[in-house]
Write a protein that binds this ligand. Structure first.
Ligand SMILES: C[S@@+](CC[C@H](N)C(=O)[O-])C[C@H]1O[C@@H](n2cnc3c(N)ncnc32)[C@H](O)[C@@H]1O
Length: 641
């Protein structure tokens, strides 16, 4: 591909001095971050300075009985257009965006200007980056102040996309999740098996994943602690006695006199005053200085505050070895002190302190730190989301001693299952490489609150919409979705309509029920987009375009086609304030407006001054707005260059 003619023409128009200045600018411009050849590639045909207007397709929509509007939307067309429309109607209103864009694998996985971008395309990466950059910058402005965008990407393109996201949303990176896509890989050339993908997460300030509420049932009070219920927390940290010799020491329960050996593989998490004193050979000043440098209580202080729980034990279970030989015999027979759950030895032949234990009563249980329910606000009690997405059957750590058990873990099926999921709904392998429902549902379960609006502008087979409906069914929530999908029609397959026949059809079946599965209920409005040149808007935009655009802006949803009264159409409102659209203005319209049963009227019309004046003559004050301004609002500021 050669340089685009527009760029050449631009250069030809410059004189020598201008060319010199351009060259100096070019040579001295330094940039930290990603660079791509935006000027060298063919311009994305979707970039356009015209305007887009929504057109409801009633026969492909599914309307809830009696509902006048519907805020679940499926928008057919290039998502650049869909995003432009949404900027005019939903700016700052979308809480969660999840997308799974084409990955730029070189294997005919995405189309640029009606052409598949192949592996050997000279500008392959720049086209892909420019394509995503244009769409992500629009999407960014749709996000609510506490909104989040999550983007699936394969390992090969992760670095490029991450730098692009840094460019679009500087300083907003939260991190990434890793999803294991399959159990076996097939890249034999390097004997390297690629079995994971990423989900990049960028969020506005104020966003938090939901995490997991701590189960209050885990807080009990077996020792009638006057401070109330508590839960036992591990008293150890993940270091060996060799790595952290200062926190490898025995603990004694002052109540019973029983001793507890330290686990040589996980030493105590707190310092000991006795150990410090020994370390400094009884030097009071040095020991006190060492104690002052500690950031948390010592074990002695915790015991004095009754914050260490020693589990009760029967005297006959307490171990005591009269001699070194007796202790060694027990260790060799595997009958010495053990970790109760893991059954790994607490005392071993190689440990430096074996003689200490001769003659000491050794209790079988493990001490723990008491975490009182009241000690922390509930907000701080949430287990955070783990960035590892586990497989459905993956064994997860369960030990109380393991930090990983304190995390909220998502689980997802492997990628292949997703194809079967779509097949089970649509009866055929209608879509290649959808995402598993469990993956998207897990992400949304963690990122959304029950009333949130979720957008997917690379919706494909509609997994995101399906996940939203299932989440609502699970928790009674009222999440809504906006899905944008291309038709995938090409010169070879002009009649193909993936958006209608796969995305919308899947959701229709999920709502109504399929294959013996009960329907989840709900509705969606199916919208197509009409492009109209700026100069033609006043003449070419129809009353239906205007009504749907205003409804999307005012209500966040589309309105029924039969609710669009060509004379006076109520877009939104109630008995207090009605928002009305009058495509034409004549005596009959003014008479209807004058009789409208609402305390206040906001009226959009082609002749706002006339409407205001005619109603004022009848003693009626209204807010009267220019319909043309309303049609242009939000879209005209869009720069495509
Ligand atoms: C990887 S798939 C998404 C699959 C989806 N997550 C699912 O589970 O079914 C990417 C989708 O983006 C669509 N797409 C590519 N370019 C697009 C564009 N400019 N506008 C709208 N959709 C587009 C493709 O047709 C494809 O269906």
């Amino acid at each position: 591909m050669s340089l685009p003619t527009s760029l050449l023409t631009q250069l030809e128009g410059l004189d020598a001095q201008q060319l010199r200045r351009l060259l100096v600018e070019h040579l001295t411009r330094q940039k930290l971050g990603l660079y791509w050849e935006a000027n060298a590639i063919e311009r994305d045909a979707a970039l356009n300075a015209n305007l887009v207007f929504p057109r409801l397709v009633p026969e492909w929509s599914r309307w809830a009985d009696g509902a006048a509007s519907c805020s679940n939307l499926i928008i057919e067309g290039d998502n650049f257009d869909a995003l432009r429309l949404l900027l005019a109607t939903h700016r700052g209103r979308i809480r969660v965006i999840y997308i799974d864009p084409p990955y730029n694998t070189g294997n005919k996985d995405w189309v640029y200007n009606d052409r598949y971008v192949g592996a050997n395309d000279r500008w392959r990466h720049s086209q892909w980056l420019e394509f995503l950059y244009r769409r992500l910058t629009l999407a960014r402005d749709l996000l609510a102040p506490d909104g989040v965008i999550m983007v699936s990407i394969n390992d090969e393109n992760r670095a490029r996309l991450e730098l692009l996201m840094d460019e679009v949303l500087p300083g907003r990176r939260l991190g990434s999740l890793v999803w294991r896509t399959k159990d076996t890989g097939n890249d034999l050339s390097y004997r390297f098996s690629h079995v994971h993908e990423h989900v990049l997460v960028y969020a506005n300030p104020g966003f938090k994943f939901n995490g997991r509420q701590t189960d209050r049932g885990k807080f009990r009070n077996p020792d009638q602690d006057p401070r109330g219920e508590w839960s036992p927390q591990p008293l150890t940290k993940a270091h060996t006695f060799i790595e952290r010799e200062n926190t490898y020491y025995p603990i004694r329960d002052p109540g019973t006199g029983y001793w507890y050996p330290c686990d040589p593989n996980r030493v105590w998490a707190y310092a000991s005053e006795t150990e410090i004193m020994q370390r400094f050979n009884g030097d009071e000043d040095a020991s006190a200085a060492a104690r002052r440098s500690l950031r948390s209580d010592t074990i002695e202080q915790l015991i004095a505050k009754s914050l260490i729980y020693f589990p009760p034990c029967r005297p006959e279970d307490v171990m005591c070895y009269a001699s070194r030989e007796a202790l060694l015999d027990a260790i060799r027979a595997g009958q010495g002190p053990m970790l109760p759950k893991k059954k790994t030895p607490l005392l071993r032949e190689d440990l430096p302190d074996l003689d200490f234990w001769i003659g000491k009563p050794i209790a079988p249980g493990r001490p723990s730190r008491k975490e009182h329910w009241r000690a922390r606000p509930q907000e701080d009690r949430l287990a955070p989301l783990c960035s590892w997405i586990a497989g459905m059957n993956e064994t997860l750590p369960t030990s109380d001693e393991d930090d990983a058990a304190q995390l909220e873990m998502l689980r997802s099926t492997r990628g292949g299952v997703a194809t079967e999921e779509v097949k089970a709904i649509l009866g055929s392998k209608a879509f290649s490489y959808p995402k598993p429902l469990s993956l998207v549902k897990g992400l949304l379960q963690q990122a959304t609150r029950p009333g949130d609006l979720v957008l997917d502008f690379f919706a494909g087979s509609g997994t995101t919409g399906h996940a939203v409906l299932e989440l609502n069914a699970d928790d009674g929530g009222d999440r809504r979705f906006i899905l944008c999908s291309s038709t995938e029609a090409t010169a070879k397959e002009p009649a193909k309509n993936l958006c209608r026949d796969v995305c919308a059809e899947r959701l229709r079946r999920v709502l109504q029920g399929y294959g013996g599965k009960a329907g989840l209920g709900g509705a969606f409005a199916y919208l197509q987009l009409d492009r109209i040149e700026l100069a033609d808007v006043a003449g070419d935009a129809t009353a239906a375009h205007a009504a749907q655009l205003l409804a999307l802006r005012e209500l966040g949803g589309a309105i029924r086609a039969d609710a669009i009264d060509p004379q006076v159409c109520q877009i939104a409102g109630d008995a207090r304030l009605a928002v009305l659209l009058c495509a034409t203005v004549d005596d009959a319209v003014i008479a209807r407006l004058a009789a409208w049963p609402a305390e206040r009227l906001a009226i959009y019309s082609a002749r706002p001054d006339t409407v205001r004046q005619l109603l004022e003559e009848r003693g009626i004050q209204v807010n009267s707005y220019s319909l043309l301004d309303a049609l242009l609002r939000g879209q005209t500021t869009l720069r495509t260059q």
